[in-house]
Design a protein around this ligand. Structure first.
Ligand SMILES: [Zn+2]
Ligand SMILES: [Zn+2]
Length: 234
């Protein structure tokens, strides 16, 4: 004797056990239960199609342009930083060059004074002449070298670290379709009669208009309208 229908208000005997929710149901409530599940799948199909349309309508160039603004700002700021550093070093260079001339001028001035004293006193010795010659030679060599080469400036190339800019590498977790019912069968859908709702590299979710031939699919399969097919890549 079959158990009573699990719907509280129903007095009839159950006809079937629904495997998806483990309920004993009379024919009317089984149909109602089935219709209720069927009605819930349609909004989901709309949702999936909306997502697909949203993705198709997406303007990737616009997104690239939007994100590129950060790169451009980085470039602009970096150029500004290089210019600032350059100006700082340029001023340092000017200062050092002028200082160098000032130092030489000061030394020459001191020698002039010393020489004038020696002339006025008429007390110059051979050693003074020799010492003066040596100092004058040193200064001349220094000024000649400065005139020809300036002061030494060593530069090193700017090393750009790749980590200065990080671009997100977004790896989407593969959607786990294994929670849906297992593969039912394979079909030939090369004639475009089978609109694809969604797919990944392993499965196709198809909508079929002629569901009668599938009404023996167990209840827990994604109902009559939606059938999940594994893609066979030959
Ligand atoms: Zn059920
Ligand atoms: Zn019932």
């Amino acid at each position: 004797m079959p158990p009573p229908c699990d719907i509280e208000t129903c007095k009839r005997k159950s006809r079937a056990l629904c495997h998806c929710c483990n309920k004993n149901l009379c024919p009317d409530h089984l149909k109602e239960h089935d219709d209720s599940i069927n009605s819930q799948i349609h909004p989901l199909v709309d949702n999936i199609n909306n997502l697909d349309n949203q993705l198709s309508a997406l303007n990737v160039d616009e997104i690239i342009d939007k994100c590129r603004q950060k790169l451009d700002k980085w470039r602009h700021d970096s150029h500004k930083e290089i210019d600032r550093f350059y100006q700082e070093k340029y001023q340092e260079l000017q200062q050092r060059c002028i200082e160098r001339v000032g130092q030489k001028r000061k030394t020459i001035h001191q020698i002039k004074l010393k020489t004038n004293v020696l002339i006025q006193e008429q007390e110059a010795t051979y050693d003074d002449i020799s010492s003066l010659k040596s100092i004058i030679n040193d200064i001349k060599r220094d000024i000649d070298q400065y005139e020809e080469n300036g002061i030494s400036v060593d530069v090193y190339p700017l090393i750009i670290n790749n980590n200065l800019i990080y671009i997100e590498n977004w790896i989407m977790n593969e959607i786990d379709l294994s929670t849906l019912s297992s593969l039912y069968r394979t079909i030939d859908c090369s004639n475009n009669d089978w609109p694809i709702l969604t797919s990944n590299n392993r499965f196709l979710l198809l909508k079929t208009n002629t569901y009668h031939e599938y009404d023996h699919i167990p209840m827990d399969i994604v109902l009559q309208y939606l059938i999940l097919y594994q893609i066979n890549i030959n």
